[in-house]
Unconditional design. Structure first.
Length: 133
């Protein structure tokens, strides 16, 4: 009896696998920005201490980049969103909910699309960032 149950479970598993593979939704894909002709410079440290040097964290598109979409998100170590912008001209001043964010390591994600990209696939750049006070 155990052999029949095991065989039946195996058949259900195969049916599930076949159904899942053939009906998977068509999610939009992204391209790694390393393969992109447009380079985005993102520093890995900044010091919002008021000395006018490295006081704002922002992603800087190269001069040859023409972007149709842009988002920059910064997360703390717990995954909370501490900053978000849709403009490449705006940056994070190191504050969160009106208070100075603590000196720590944060994670950033930059997602953008090139205006002249025929595929219209979003490019993604991500990494870590140290906030030093």
């Amino acid at each position: 009896m155990k052999t029949k149950t095991t065989f039946f479970s195996f058949l259900l598993f195969l049916l599930f696998l076949t159904t899942t593979a053939s009906t998977a939704p068509n999610y939009p894909h992204t391209e790694n920005a390393i393969d992109c002709a447009c380079e985005i410079y993102v520093p890995n440290v900044f010091s919002p201490n008021g000395d006018t040097k490295n006081d704002i964290f922002k992603a800087i598109p190269g001069t040859s980049c023409s972007l149709s979409q842009f988002t920059l998100k910064v997360f703390d170590r717990f995954g909370a969103l501490v900053f978000e912008t849709a403009s490449s001209d705006e940056g994070w001043d190191g504050s969160y909910k009106g208070q100075k964010a603590p000196q720590a390591t944060y994670v950033y994600v930059v997602q953008y699309e090139l205006a002249d990209d025929s595929k219209k696939l979003p490019k993604v750049v991500s990494g870590s960032l140290a906030l030093i006070r």
